[in-house]
Design a protein around this ligand. Sequence first.
Ligand code: C2E
Ligand code: MG
Ligand code: MG
Ligand code: MG
Length: 283
Amino acid sequence: GGGRLCACRFYSSEDSLQLSAEKEIENRMRAALDAGEFAIYLQPKLDLRTDAVVGAEALVRWIDPVRGLVPPSDFIPLFERNGFVVDLDLCVFEQVCALLRAWIDGGRRPVVLSVNMSRAHLADPCFLGRYEEIRRRHDVPASLIEIELTETLVFEDPVGLGRVIDELHAAGYSCSMDDFGSGYSSLNVLKDIDVDVLKLDRVFFDAVDADTGRGAAIVDIVIELARRLRMRTVAEGVETREQAAFLKRAGCDMIQGYLFSRPVPPVEFERLAFGDSFGNGEK
Ligand code: C2E
Ligand code: MG
Ligand code: MG
Ligand code: MG
């Protein structure tokens, strides 16, 4: 590093490094998609009443032959800017449908899989047709699929979000609001956003181990509100037994987090959900 006096030069070389890294990713992304380098990991959702695995979220991983396992934070923001995220989401959805089909054929009990849908789809009036083509080709019921839409869309494009949710519902999918509580949403937005599942961001219960009572009161009310609005609740990012016990007392339906399992490859998820031995997740 050049020290404090060279801050300008330091930043500009950082920027060009960043730029060339992004160029490199953009040059490789299409081939990576065709080569099947984008894989899904599944993170279980646990029913707090029964302790059963009742679902999972599909989270994309780039398994690069050179760089190894690349987390979505390294490429999703870029792919949202350049539009490639639309094809990536469809690739994830295709893998989810193929898995559900395999589980149906194998006589597995039904497990709901959720996929993340980028804001980029909202601009496309034909988005549903692409999803439906894939789902029908694999012949899986939409009732086994949940579409996660992030909370920030409530402000970015509330009209587009409402239309997408209506269309997804009409086709039989369920919808969840991801990252609820992480932004600046007010409880009032729930009046107009008709989702089936509320995914509570960990900001709600992160500090619950050292809780003063104020945080607990807020989680209680949000969960009660969700129940009144007939939405199920999933707490995401649950890492401690204390958090899980607290959420159970508060009436939260499901938890998802490192406490039970990290996102794992589908074969490991199958062991967790259908088998009797325990996997221990992504390293
Ligand atoms: P998200 O949808 O909110 O997913 C939850 C994230 O929290 C995941 O990060 C998961 O690994 C992480 N997580 C789960 N449990 C814990 C925990 O106990 N503690 C902590 N600290 N973290 C936990 P991941 O897999 O890195 O994904 C990050 C974000 O990337 C996702 O946030 C989602 O917004 C986006 N993403 C992932 N896959 C896709 C995809 O296929 N399409 C799109 N459009 N976005 C995706
Ligand atoms: Mg999500
Ligand atoms: Mg989330
Ligand atoms: Mg989150």
